[in-house]
Design a protein around this ligand. Structure first.
Ligand code: CP
Length: 377
């Protein structure tokens, strides 16, 4: 923990993070995100040195998942266990939310037992982040009404707008890989749509990337075919932040343009915007047949763009022909990315993914441990 190469802890920023939830990275200042990642780096260093970090013994870390997950679910459970907490994973489909129980009530019911709460609710545009905020309200109302002094932060484990634990892991990996906390300043990064035959994926990862990387001075190009736009306000926020940070942000309809000169590329799929919107109404009607038809049409639409693949030719356009390939995983190999590119970067994407457990540990620690700076020394 005394490693001088680790970023310093920002006591003022950490004091502000005590009790804080993370529902969008744009809810936090850049200094607070830096402070979080400095804690994550220290927790990782301690873990890799074989040290323990039982900062929160005997507490319960609930996580409510309304969608499938390999990495985030296991990272939540692993992070909680490393901190001495007991993870409690709740399958959202099996809760009374499916019968109309409100998010506020769900929050109160789970929050009365929990010491932290993660939520994944990413499939329906306009709903996931609002659901998380309502869960938070339900928990806070309950704690206030019962004069319970517990801090129960809510952590966004992927919603319709953002995927903060993923994008912060991505940023931590970029900083590690390029050797500096200021690594992404001036770095050309291509975030591109890519073809997927598997399912209409949420928009939250590209939205989270463009709204995070532009805050730290990156030169971000977002590429997608017509019909695959992101939420307008997220694109506007990315442009504003790029102007403020000295970076840049542009949106193009050419995958090659995102790769030319890029030091890092992040090609991944997401669903066609208009069909993602159609899904909202069908889901509200609980119309399973309509949802299946929309999914079929989304995949047909995706198939019009099979040439949007991260392959050897496109990687050849990047800086030195050797950009860092990034992906949140799972990637559709042979569709989003060629087998050869994935093979070359298999360890890189695993190292990228491995940061998530330390980001979640840090989120729990900063929100729950009042004297964290002393405890980390
Ligand atoms: N990248 C990511 O969030 O993976 P999971 O869906 O497996 O959690």
């Amino acid at each position: 923990m005394d490693d001088d190469t680790l970023p310093p802890l920002d006591a003022d920023a950490l004091a502000r993070l005590y009790g804080r939830s993370l529902l969008l990275t744009t809810d936090w200042s850049a200094a607070e995100l830096d402070a979080l990642l400095a804690v994550a780096a220290r927790l990782r260093a301690r873990d890799q040195a074989g040290g323990a970090a039982p900062l929160l013994p005997n507490e319960l870390a609930y996580a409510l998942f309304f969608d499938a997950s390999t990495r985030t679910k296991s990272a939540w459970a692993g992070a909680a266990a490393r901190l001495g907490m007991q993870p409690v994973i709740v399958d959202g489909a099996s809760t009374q939310v499916s019968h109309g129980e409100t998010a506020v009530e769900t929050g109160a019911m789970l929050g009365m037992n929990a010491h932290a709460m993660g939520v994944r609710h990413d499939l329906i545009l306009g709903e996931g982040n609002s659901f998380m905020r309502e869960v938070k309200r339900g928990i806070d109302d309950y704690l206030e009404a019962t004069a319970d002094p517990r801090k129960v932060p809510v952590v966004n484990l992927q919603c319709d707008v953002d995927h903060p634990t993923q994008t912060l892991a991505d940023l931590a990996w970029l900083r590690e890989r390029f050797g500096s906390v200021d690594a992404v300043r001036g770095m050309r990064i291509g975030v591109s749509w890519a073809y997927s035959p598997s399912y209409a994926k949420p928009l939250s990862v590209p939205q989270g990337l463009v709204t995070l990387l532009t805050r730290f001075g990156a030169e971000v190009t977002l590429a997608h075919p017509e019909g695959y736009r992101l939420m307008e306000d997220r694109v506007a926020v990315a442009a504003e932040q790029a102007a403020a940070s000295g970076g840049s942000f542009r949106v193009v309809d050419d995958m090659d343009a995102a790769f030319v000169g890029a030091a890092a590329v992040y090609p991944k799929s997401w669903g066609p915007y208009e069909l993602m919107l159609e899904r909202v109404a069908a889901n509200a009607r609980r119309d399973a047949e309509a949802l299946r038809a929309i999914e079929r049409r989304a995949l047909e639409r995706n198939a019009l763009h099979r040439d949007w693949i991260c392959d050897e030719r496109r990687m050849g356009l990047t800086a030195g022909g050797d950009a860092l390939y990034m992906h949140c995983l799972p990637a559709d190999i042979g569709a989003e990315v060629s087998p050869g590119v994935m093979d070359r970067h298999r360890v890189n994407v695993a190292r990228e993914a491995n940061w998530k457990v330390y980001v979640i540990m840090a989120l729990l620690a900063v929100a729950k441990v009042p004297d964290l700076v002393n405890r980390m020394s």
